[in-house]
Structure formats: C-alpha cells, structure tokens
Design a protein around this ligand. Structure first.
Ligand code: CNA
Length: 238
C-alpha cells in the first residue's frame, strides 16, 4: 500500500493535467450512501426497487412516490464535503487538476471549491418546471410536500438524469475533451457499471490511469495503478 501511495504522489507531482472521474463512493465519507456497496441504497428495502423509482417512466407515472423517496434519500443539502472533495479543489487551485467529471448529483465538489465540474447525471441543486421551465432551488423541493408544483401549474422536475433518460450532449462533450487531453486520470468511488458514463474512461490515452475503489471493478485490468482502499485514506496521504 505504501508503495502505491508513493507512486500516486510521484505521478501527481509529474502531472499538470489531472482529471478526476468519480462516483457515489466519493461522497460516502460525507455520510451519503452510494447505490451498490453493502450499505448502499440498492441493498435496503423500499416499497419499490430504487432503480425503478429513479427511472423516467416511474417519475412520470408515480410522481408522488418518486418524491417521497427522493426527499428522503437524495437530500444532499445537509451534508458537507469530505477530504477527497477538498483535496481535489486544492489540486485544481494549484493548477494540477483541470476537471472533475462526476456521476454524483449532490453538488459537494462545488461546495468544496472545485470550479470545473462536469455533472454527467445533473444535480439536485437545480430543478425546473416541466411546463414553463422556471427554476427552483433545492430548498424549495426538499421542503415541499407531495408533488412540488410550479406557480404555472406545471410539475417541477429535478435536473437529474433518471434511468432511461439521455445525458446532456454538452456535458458529455466537455467530459470527453477533458479526459482525452488528461496526462493522468484518477477514477474513484465508482462501480463503473452505469453506462454510458463509465464508458467515458475509454477516452483516456495516457499511461497514468489510477483506479481507487473499495471494491474491485471490471476496469481494474486496464489501470496502471489500482488501489483498493477508501478514498479518504488515500487523499489524506497525497
Ligand atoms: P455505485 O454503483 O454505488 O458504486 C460506488 C462504488 O464506490 C462501489 O464500488 C464502492 O465500493 C465504492 N466506494 C464506496 N465508498 C467508497 C470510499 N469511501 N472509498 C472508495 N470507494 C468507495 O455508484 P456509481 O457512482 O458507480 O454509480 C453511478 C450512480 C450512483 C450515478 O447515477 C449517481 O447519480 C448515483 N448516486 C449518486 C450519489 C451522490 O450524488 N452522492 C449517491 C448515490 C448514488
């Protein structure tokens, strides 16, 4: 483990265009559960499976049940950034990290001070009326009851990409550009099972692909350095 951290530190020192690609595991040490760990949302019991609740057809047809789950489980307002978010923001400030590409929707990278963040799956901090497109903040949604409605009578939808919805073209384009230009790509806290997001790491062309995850992933064989440990532990040492 010590050798691996030393290698990671050395590569960080040598690199000036680091991109971080992350997932729900980045925020577990802030207290937000991920999906697929043993304590993750997919291993808890709900009225409907979470992957069904967080799908487009469910949102459209069972909007109240969607919002009951969403308000209970996806409210990131009460959480703070952890050492990983903070360290990434510092490295961006020093000019080392050029972009964070995240599958997370919790806004914690920006709360830690990161500026160049590509949110592949959107953010709970933004919400729009489906009819007139009026913006609503997260407080409005998480303090609402039943189905949050716009003053025009339309239903408000969080700006998060639900299952069976497409990703934003511009965000994907920017993420691909950042990853393909990176001299080092650090992938952390993601099971790399959600497509098309996970496929984006294939655009990396360098020889410093680092994978930091508690569990093994299907992409471990591709990485130049694999660290199976907690992100908090690793980022507190670099
Ligand atoms: P996932 O499939 O739940 O995988 C998370 C991975 O992180 C697992 O392989 C864990 O082993 C690993 N992990 C958990 N904690 C740590 C840690 N502290 N250190 C190192 N590794 C850790 O989540 P993915 O991000 O891969 O799946 C993508 C989904 C999850 C996206 O659509 C997200 O929107 C969604 N999600 C986001 C949040 C959030 O915004 N915080 C929370 C839960 C789910």
């Amino acid at each position: 483990m010590e050798d691996k951290i030393e290698t990671l530190k050395k590569w960080c020192d040598e690199s000036n265009n680091i991109v971080f690609f992350g997932g729900a595991g980045v925020s577990t040490e802030s207290g937000i559960p991920d999906f697929r760990s043993k304590d993750g949302l997919y291993n808890q019991k709900y009225k409907y499976p979470p992957e069904l609740i967080l799908s487009h057809p469910f949102f459209m047809s069972m909007t109240k049940d969607f919002y009951d789950f969403y308000r209970d489980k996806m409210n990131s307002l009460k959480y703070s950034p952890n050492i990983t978010h903070i360290k990434l923001a510092e490295l961006e400030n020093e000019g080392k990290v050029k972009a964070v590409v995240t599958q997370n929707i919790d806004g914690l990278h920006q709360k830690a001070g990161s500026k160049n963040v590509y949110e592949l799956h959107g953010s709970v901090l933004r919400n729009y009326c489906m009819k007139c497109k009026k913006f609503y903040d997260a407080e409005y949604i998480f303090n609402s009851e039943n189905v949050p409605m716009c003053e025009c009578g339309g239903i408000i939808k969080p700006d998060v990409v639900l299952y069976q919805e497409g990703l934003d073209d511009k965000v994907v384009e920017n993420s691909i550009r950042a990853i393909s230009n990176a001299d080092m790509l650090i992938v952390g806290g993601t099971s790399l099972t959600v497509y098309p997001a996970s496929g984006l790491i294939n655009y990396y062309r360098g020889n410093k692909l680092v994978l930091i995850n508690r569990d093994t992933t299907l992409y471990d064989y591709k990485a130049n350095l694999v660290i199976n440990d907690s992100l908090g532990k690793v980022f507190s040492e670099i």
